[in-house]
Structures are given as C-alpha cells and as structure tokens.
Design a protein around this ligand. Structure first.
Ligand code: ADP
Ligand code: ASP
Ligand code: MG
Length: 419
C-alpha cells in the first residue's frame, strides 16, 4: 500500500478538490491512505479566530469564524450544487463544535486553545474531500486521525508516542481500499484533547502512516515539479533535483527547504521507504525521489532562505566566559519560549544565536535574557543556507547585503544578512 498527501495548495478551491480526484484516478492506486491538509490558507484564518478570542473581541471572533465558514461554503456550493445535500449539515456540525468550544472553554492555555480551534481546518477539509470522492466514484473511508496518532500534551508542536500510534494505526486503518484522513493533528492520550504536530506538519503525518503501515512509498503532491535546488518564490532560475539521498534531504529540510516538513524524513529513512515529491498539476511527471542511493542528482548547489529571523548576541555582564552553565541557561530559556534555534556561534565571551520567532514570544524572552546577559538583537534578518556551494556563488549572494554572521561547516555555508 501507498501513502499520498495533498497539502493546502492542492485543495484551495473546488477545482483543486476535483483535481485530487483526477490525480487519484491517474495513479489508479487501489490501496491508499490519503492525508489531506486544511484548504488553502485556512490554518492562518483559523489562527485569526484564536487571536480575536484571546483579545476578548466577540464581534471580531464571530467575523473571523464567518470568514472560514464562507470560504468552505463557496467550495461546497461548487462541488455539491444540491443545497439540501447532507454534506452541508456535516460541515455545519464542525462549526457548531468550534462555537461550542469557544463558548464553554475556561482554559487560558493559549497553545491548548489554539490546537482545539485550528484543528477544524483539517477536519472540515477531509470531510468535504471524502464526500466528494465518494459521490464521484472513488469509494473511500473517512478516518479521524485523532484515534490513531497519540502524542504528549506539548500543544502546537506535540511529540508522537510511537508505540501507541503504531498499535492504533494498525488497529484502525484498513490496508485495503482508500482511507482519507487529516494531516497535522493528533490527540494527547490522557483526555484525548486534540493536539497539532507543528505548522506544515501534514507531510509528517504521511510519514507516520508510511512508517506504521510499512508502506511501499509516500508521495506528497505539491504545486512545484518536485524538490528544486532553491525556492522558486525567491530564486529566479532553479533546477529540479531528480534524486536526493535521505541524508541530504534531511539536511535540506532541517535548514528550511520548506517543500518537505523537516520531521518527515527520519521515520521513512529508518524503514527505507521512498518519498516522492510530485506535481499535482502534472502527475505524470517523475518529480523527485528521496531514497537510498546517490547524494544528489544532479549535483548542484542548493540554496535555502529563511526570512524574518532574529539574531541575538549575548555576552556575560562581567566579561566572564560563555561556558556550559551560561549556555545551558540560554538554551533552557529558548526552549521554554518555544524558540526554534537555526544557528549558533560562540566565542570566549559571546554567544550568538539565530532564531525563528515562530510563536511570537520574543518580547517575553528578551527581558529574561537581559537579566543575565548583555543582549544585542537584530530583528528581520535573513538566514541563507547554501549546501555544496562554490565560492563565487557566495560572493554573488551577499552582494549589496550586510553580512552579520557567517559560518562554514563541511558542505554547509550559513549567512545571516540584513538588506
Ligand atoms: P503544501 O502545504 O501545499 O503541501 P508547501 O507550500 O508546504 O505545500 O510546499 C510547496 C512550496 O514550497 C512551493 O510552492 C515552494 O514555494 C516552496 N519551496 C521552498 N523550497 C523549495 C524547494 N527547494 N523546492 C521546491 N519548492 C520549494
Ligand atoms: N494546515 C496545516 C498548516 O497550514 C498543516 C499543513 O498544511 O501541513 O500548517
Ligand atoms: Mg503547507
């Protein structure tokens, strides 16, 4: 059996949902688990609901719920012209659940509330996709992934309990036929509250199913021809990578090649399950294969860019050395404020770290650091990571930019720049 994953871009409108059917028909796979993300940018729209809810702004909360509702309603109208079709009731039920949570919730835990609300994106999208396919000759079963993927309660970035998950996936997923399920979601195992696996985490969900079901392969269907040697949104000439070894792909994803979620590859590598990255627009094209074999084909430099990063440089207040005890204190703080560390560099009396302020907690973190260290902070910096680079490429890349930090290790050059 195989695992497919369709992301937000592939189901952003009714045409997208119809195209999922075309792709499934084209591949003609009979035994599949199909993991689907929230439609289009619905996860961002759901984040707005959470924001207004915490600001105690009832009318804005209501307006943002309506926005999410109307977006889906538009897609439903195109896919199911009969207004009395049962799908309208099914989708309304999810919104009733969301509203009921919002009205009754007492928890002030932001991350917990976030997961309870944002998860509706995937629940709704899979309900629509599953129904549409069932009506149009592609029989499938809808599966609530929260019965299968068990996690801890580290909301917004929950960690998978592999033993339980393995057992539950085998128990609840049919290896025959087509199963449609949600990406990105899990459930913690004490109260069964919904958790999420981190933004863009649906690729990872596909890998979890691939691993637990010993799938033949996992395919993630994207709006690009495959993995390119740079993000086409930021680089004008890019090349398709035909084959990437697990190791190289792990490095690329880790450094931020956002076409593959970084957690996706390890479980697949452990069982040597190939990962295909293919175009949902051109399903017949070969795309990229991540698997055993050559490091990179073709062997070209790969460029990764992360915008809106923060560079923090710390030194001790009394010019003492930045040693293990200071550094571990810094890391404890970074961890408790959920900062993602992208790059570190240290010298005798200073320690620099480039971080992704993913959860907007920088303003709370800085005063904590200032209690113990002298702190310099550059916001809105760009982090470039180049693998297998040639010196001339680094020169062109940095032209006209101020380089705040440069680090070279093995095949990787990293630069923190300001425009
Ligand atoms: P989805 O969420 O729909 O599965 P993503 O938006 O997460 O898809 O991933 C696809 C996007 O990743 C592309 O549109 C592209 O802009 C971006 N991207 C970043 N780096 C790369 C890369 N090296 N190769 C291809 N696409 C990349
Ligand atoms: N819908 C989630 C997000 O946008 C998960 C995903 O798309 O992979 O982050
Ligand atoms: Mg995505």
């Amino acid at each position: 059996m195989k695992i497919f994953k369709f992301g937000g871009a592939s189901v952003k409108d009714a045409e997208g949902v119809k195209n999922v059917k075309n792709v499934l028909e084209f591949t003609a796979e009979k035994d599949l688990v199909v993991v689907v993300s929230a439609m289009g940018k619905m996860t961002n729209a759901l984040e707005e609901i959470v924001k207004h809810y915490f600001a105690n702004n009832t009318s804005e909360t209501e307006a943002s719920i309506s926005e999410v509702y109307n977006y889906h309603l538009q897609i439903l109208k195109e896919l199911f012209p009969n207004a009395s079709h049962g799908i309208y009731r099914k989708v309304s039920k999810w919104f009733e659940g969301m509203r009921s949570f919002i009205e009754n919730n007492k928890s002030k835990n932001h991350a917990f509330v976030y997961d309870q609300i944002v998860s509706y994106g995937e629940l709704i999208s899979t309900t629509i996709v599953s129904e549409y396919l069932n009506e149009n000759g592609l029989k499938n079963e809808w599966l609530d992934v929260r019965q299968c993927i068990k996690t801890d309660n580290y909301y917004r970035d929950a960690r998978v309990d592999w033993n339980q998950t393995q057992e539950l996936i085998l128990e609840n997923t049919s290896k025959k036929g087509v199963t449609i399920t949600q990406g990105f979601l899990g459930a913690e195992d004490t109260h069964n509250f919904t958790t999420t696996l981190g933004r863009e985490g649906s690729d990872y969900t596909a890998a979890i199913f691939g691993y637990c079901l010993n799938a033949e392969s996992v395919t993630i269907w994207k709006d690009v021809p495959g993995v390119l040697n740079a993000d086409p949104r930021h680089f004008s000439s890019t090349q398709l990578l035909h084959h990437i070894s697990y190791r190289e792909a792990i490095e690329l994803a880790f450094y931020g090649a956002s076409v593959i979620h970084p957690k996706t590859l390890q479980p697949l590598q452990r069982k040597e399950i190939p990962l295909f990255v293919k175009s949902f627009v051109k399903p017949e094209a070969p795309g990229t294969c991540v698997g055993k074999g050559v490091l990179l084909d073709p062997m070209v430099s790969c460029f990764i860019l992360k915008k809106n990063q923060v560079l923090i440089s710390l030194s001790s207040l009394d010019f003492s050395f930045m040693m293990e005890d200071n550094i571990s204190e810094v890391f404890n703080l970074l961890h408790s404020y959920k900062m993602k560390v992208e790059l570190i560099q240290n010298s005798a009396i200073s320690f620099s770290v480039c971080i992704d302020n993913k959860y907007n907690s920088l303003e709370s973190l800085l005063p904590k650091l200032m209690e113990k260290f002298k702190v310099t902070c550059h916001k809105d910096v760009t982090l470039y990571t180049v693998r297998h680079s040639k010196p001339q490429e680094i020169v062109s890349l940095t032209q006209g930019k101020k380089v705040l930090l440069k680090q070279e290790a093995g095949e990787t050059v990293q630069l923190v720049t300001m425009e």
